[in-house]
Design a protein around this ligand. Structure first.
Ligand code: PEP
Length: 248
């Protein structure tokens, strides 16, 4: 059985005090205990938020990391630093990082390997642009991203990886893929994993949908067979909305 996973990606929002405020609001409410709930907070808030999550089942995620343990990489954060804080997950290869910070399939692959080495579970983001969907090459694009992201990753680690299918045209735009489109692509991704590894991993890997998920569309998405959760941006910044999404 795949346990649904819903993660809030706060992106570059919330100072430490604002982060505490938001997480206190989220944890003050009863949350769906059938769902694994994750908050991906800015680096500066991770340490404080870890303390505020103690005694709850909410998991903590970083939004990025470097692949090296240490070194002359000014401004970067290493997996060792995240591990000491007690981070559970790390988002890797978000489209905003690919678009604005030149992240490539190769760096995504190095980051996934490094996260796994340090027992940080990667949430690996993949997805096509609007142009690619209009050209009807979305499956080739996504397949290629997966093959490159997972290159050299042993099957024993696959159970620790979550894939977030996020069509770029649906992120922060208010446009959601229809639940059918999202389901179809998540099924396609599952088949790619099946072909690369085996039937068991194909059936066990968790695949989230991300792109303008809101309280009013989560239920329909979660009803779909291939969709195991959501990566939520904008709506995760509003406590009530995030709670409603988790409690779909
Ligand atoms: C995201 O940040 O991954 C995302 C899907 O954002 P939004 O929900 O705002 O579209």
């Amino acid at each position: 059985m795949r346990i649904p996973i819903i993660a809030g990606n706060w992106k570059m929002n919330n100072t430490i005090s604002e982060s505490i405020d938001l997480v206190e609001k989220i944890k003050s409410r009863n949350l769906n205990n059938m769902v694994e709930v994750v908050v991906a907070v800015p680096f500066t808030s991770l340490y404080e938020i870890k303390k505020h999550l103690e005694g709850t089942s909410i998991k903590l995620a970083a939004q990025n990391m470097h692949w090296e343990d240490k070194g002359a990489f000014t401004g970067e954060i290493s997996p060792l630093m995240l591990k000491e804080i007690g981070v559970d997950y790390c988002i890797i290869g978000h489209s905003e990082r690919r678009q604005y910070f030149n992240e490539t399939d190769e760096t995504v692959n190095m980051k996934i390997k490094s996260a796994l080495k340090h027992n940080i579970k990667p949430i690996v983001c993949i997805g096509e642009t609007l142009k690619e969907r209009e050209e009807n090459i979305q499956e080739d694009i996504v397949k290629n991203q997966i093959i490159k992201a997972f290159e050299g990753i042993d099957k024993i680690y696959i159970k620790d990886i979550v894939i977030a299918y996020e069509p770029i045209w649906a992120i922060g735009t208010g446009k959601t893929a229809t639940s059918e489109e999202a389901n179809k692509m998540c099924g396609f991704i599952r088949n790619v994993i099946g072909n690369m590894y085996d039937e068991e991993l194909k059936n066990n890997i968790r695949i989230q949908y991300g792109g303008s998920v809101k309280p009013n569309n989560i239920k329909e998405l979660m009803e779909k067979e291939e969709i195991d959760g959501a990566l939520v941006g904008g709506a995760s910044l509003i406590a009530e909305d995030f709670i409603d999404i988790v409690n779909y």
